[in-house]
Design a protein. Structure first.
Ligand SMILES: NC(=O)c1ccc[n+]([C@@H]2O[C@H](COP(=O)([O-])OP(=O)(O)OC[C@H]3O[C@@H](n4cnc5c(N)ncnc54)[C@H](OP(=O)(O)O)[C@@H]3O)[C@@H](O)[C@H]2O)c1
Length: 324
């Protein structure tokens, strides 16, 4: 019931405020910047003065069309937007993208780890079910690989930089039955097609993102790193997220309930400019919210997930979880 009231309040009564923080001179990377919330976040940050926006996307043509649209609607100077290839279904793509960032960008002020999928179809990409690879493992790999650049920028320019994860309020309804297994078996169980609960999978991925946020933030305190790590949630928004289960009913729900992508994107831009009090915090609609009781505050489960995830990341790239 509380969830329902919260949903109605957020969708119909309260709107996140338009962002006003300056991005003047800043370089930002937006994964999934070619559409939906990511595209609108790019538009907003360009209008707020960002001097370099990297649209990180798997479909370069779509990325170029997005860049053209942004140039036309913001009149930004040529060269402000770059479109770089990043496919989160491929660990080597994440590694190549990160190497390019290190080699070619003099500074990175904010990374919006925004790209994500919602599917009810079980598919394997790399060594996991695709939602887990895209929304959790690759997102975390990217976070570890780009964190050194964010730290370097913070220290060189005497500023604070941001790593903002796009979460979802649907983590609150995750059942996560795959967590009821012996130690070390959580990811293997999520990858078992015969027992997978795909209608819960997206919610689980966003719960895991929240666990990652908290453990990652605890490992890298903002006082020593200069990097603020937070997780936003944009509310139910009109975008292409529901493309795989689009039908007349979902389209109707989106039409009557969903926020415009531009409104949801305000929360991303807020995350990428928020103060250090948001470090390690879940920040739906630009306000810190305490973890939901039950799975949301289960620190033992959180630690088990983190331990398993770090082992997976170390197999992909030895040493990645302790890069300096
Ligand atoms: N819309 C909502 O109601 C809502 C609510 C809460 C949270 N969110 C979260 O908001 C984020 C953005 O979603 P959205 O609503 O803007 O949906 P969207 O329009 O589908 O955008 C998702 C973006 O992620 C990209 N992406 C997906 N898989 C990728 C991969 N393997 N590699 C690289 N990029 C990939 C997509 O690229 P392609 O276009 O090439 O597929 C697209 O640019 C997601 O993390 C989503 O979970 C959305």
């Amino acid at each position: 019931m509380v969830l329902l009231f919260d949903f109605i309040y957020r969708q119909f009564i309260h709107e996140p405020p338009p962002p006003t923080a300056s991005f003047k001179g800043k370089t930002v990377i937006v994964t999934g910047g070619s559409g939906g919330l990511g595209l609108e976040a790019c538009r907003s940050m360009i209008r707020l003065g960002a001097s370099q926006v990297i649209i990180a996307c798997r479909n370069i043509e779509k990325g170029k069309a997005a860049a053209k649209d942004l140039e036309a609607t913001t009149s930004c100077s040529s060269g402000t937007i770059q479109v770089w290839n990043l496919n989160l279904s491929s660990f080597s793509s994440v590694q190549a993208f990160s190497k390019r960032v290190a080699a070619e960008l003099p500074r990175v002020d904010a990374v919006l780890a925004n790209a994500g999928i919602a599917t009810r179809t079980f598919r394997i990409s790399e060594d996991n079910e695709e939602t887990i690879t895209t929304n959790v493992v690759s997102m975390s790999l990217l976070a570890f690989l780009l964190h050194p650049k964010l730290r370097e920028t913070a220290s060189k320019h005497n500023t604070q930089t941001h790593l903002t994860i796009t979460g979802s309020e649907l983590y609150e309804v995750a059942a996560f039955k795959e967590s009821k297994v012996p130690d070390g078996q959580i990811f293997a169980t999520l990858n078992n097609k015969s027992t997978a609960n795909m209608s819960d999978r997206y919610n689980v991925s966003k719960l895991l993102d929240l666990y990652v946020l908290r453990e990652f933030a605890a490992s890298f305190p903002v006082s020593s790193s200069g990097v603020i790590i937070n997780c936003i949630a944009p509310g139910f928004c009109s975008s292409e997220l529901h493309r795989e289960h689009s039908n007349a009913f979902t389209n109707f729900l989106i039409r009557i309930l969903a926020r415009k992508a531009e409104v949801g994107a305000r929360t991303l831009v807020y995350g990428a400019s928020a103060g250090k009090e948001t470090h390690g915090q879940y920040v739906p609609d630009c306000k810190i919210k305490a973890p939901q009781k039950g799975l949301g505050e289960n620190s033992e489960l959180q630690h088990r997930v983190w331990t398993e995830l770090k082992k997976k990341l170390e197999l992909i790239q030895p040493g990645v979880t302790s890069l300096t």
